[in-house]
Write a protein that binds this ligand. Sequence first.
Ligand code: GAL
Length: 673
Amino acid sequence: MPGLFGESLAFGGDYNPEQWDPAVWQEDDTLMRRAGVNLATVGVFSWALLEPEPGRYEFAWLDDQLDRLHANGVRVDLATPTASPPPWFTLAHPEAMPVTADGVRLTHGSRDTYCLAAPAYRRAAVGIATALAERYGAHPAVVMWHVHNEYATICHCEQSAAAFRRWLRARHGGLDALNWAWGTAFWSQRYTAWEQVGTPRATQWHHNPGQTLDFSRFWSDLALDAYREQRDAVRARSDRPVTTNLMLPGYQNLDLWAFGREVDFVGIDHYPDAPGADSHADIAFGADRARSFGGGKPWLLIEQGSNTVYRPGLTLPREPGDILRSSLGHIARGSDGALFFQWRQSRAGAEMWHSAMVPHAGPDTRIFREVEQTGAALARLGELAGSTVSAPQVAVLWDADAWWALTAAGKPSAELDYLGTVRRAHRMVWDAGVTVAFAHPEDDLSGYRAVLAPSLYLVSDVGADSLRRYAEGGGTLLVQYFSGVVDSRHQVRTGGHPGAFRELLGLRVEEHRPLAPGAVAELSDGSSGTVWSEDLRAEGAEVLASYLGGAVGGKPGGALAGKPAVTRHRFGAGSGWYLSTRLDDAGYAALLARVLAEAGVEPTVPGQPAGVDAVRRHSGSLSWLFVLNHGETPARLPTVRGQELLTGTAVPAGGLTVAPGGVAVVREPVSSA
Ligand code: GAL
């Protein structure tokens, strides 16, 4: 099966020729050829140029740019420019500017200043998308559509509040049901008319957690509606695939599973926030999610930085070799290419210091040489287009509702961190050399040997049943602390925690006992926990480790002394493991190793050395092994055989050796079995 881009992987980035003049365009043509660029994302922030006044379009410049790119062999990912409405729009429609939770109405001056619930914005957005699709729907250069850019802005204006009320009526029916779901008997919050219900604007103390959860769901649905509206306008005029670039950040405003169902293929932007091996673990974390959210659809890395790691207040450079290694980190996990933000580093504007493929210093630079090297490498991997990642045996559960619910104020510990906990579980399995998929709790999980539920604070009844069926049918499930405790309305499942999983796990938690910062709970197996502990009674589960203490300092004799901390319960043909604290790294790795061993999960390559990332893609009888060495010593993999594609040489009889920081992509011998 061909890939998204036929027999090639995509290589290129955001291209903003409107920031430059014809002499630079000529140089762009030359440098793109040199670097092997074959895809450019055009028009993401071009609304003010394309529609200089309402309804009057100026397409001549874009015609020229698309024709020029096409003549140069560069395909186009054409964006609808709706993430940044022009200044005239702001003046004409002040009511379409977003209002913050504090009630401040924002104005033009940056980007993403729009309210998705404002009819004027939605009309204008569909208008420009329609005009673009009419003009370029069949343009030979255009191979895909990129609707909008990173749906992110949230608004608390009156139009949003009205749309929220409509959404709530559809979800809950009447006000009585809403009052019940949100528990408005508490703090005298009972609503007696719909007009009283608003968005969770700034208030005196904690918001109602049912309200904040529903608002997050509503906003994600609204963004999806806005996406669908543009997608459908484009689809009516073009047969090229349509997607949007999803940002995978540390905040959470979209249900990415829902977007995955509506896009023709998944597109993500990914910017690691830590250097070194952590950045490669984060790439794996992002790429594994991107692949999973589409449920088998292709996916594409639409943006990455060439040379940047963002820390708050600090942009760190990346190390030599990282451009290729990071790009392959995504491609190994199924991306149909590697794109960057952006082609040429801007000389003006808000992101003039953001890295690019052609830096301010020009092509005679390490960065551009590495870009050329990466383009040449990807050109050698065209045969991989259309192949898929070989079925992962381990799934980590991901649920937007659980994240949103856990974010509500008033939890027993501010250190209960959805993203951090899920990321850590993924990292541990990554460290063990095992490829991970993400799954939604309501999915059919029977294809996975092991499933991890690291932070499933909220689980729906359907999700709880699904996990039960999974374990009963022979699966190995690891549930971690403070999971399964509330239902989909955000109400506690009473009678002992974790209400959704008591029977499956064969235990009952009477009391949550969060640990103070710095406090450590020692466990009987030599490991230790921080952040959280629980007063747990085994009701059928086998105790694998118990608390020695549990009071501050973790001294034996605390309230938890001798009580279970880690358990395993045989359930049907499978098992439910439970971890009631945040284990130290070594203890957590050892527990996961036990879980994976019981489930019969093996690393991608037997005996895979630490620091080596190995992932397999396949297509029919062919398979390719990606080996990325993130470690500081040469990695030797004696069992690997085949043809290494980047160097075009056969792997020697003694196996594959990959230098520190090096990469290899091996077409494996077709097995005769
Ligand atoms: C992305 C965005 C780009 C650019 C990039 C670099 O999130 O889509 O337009 O801003 O980040 O910061």
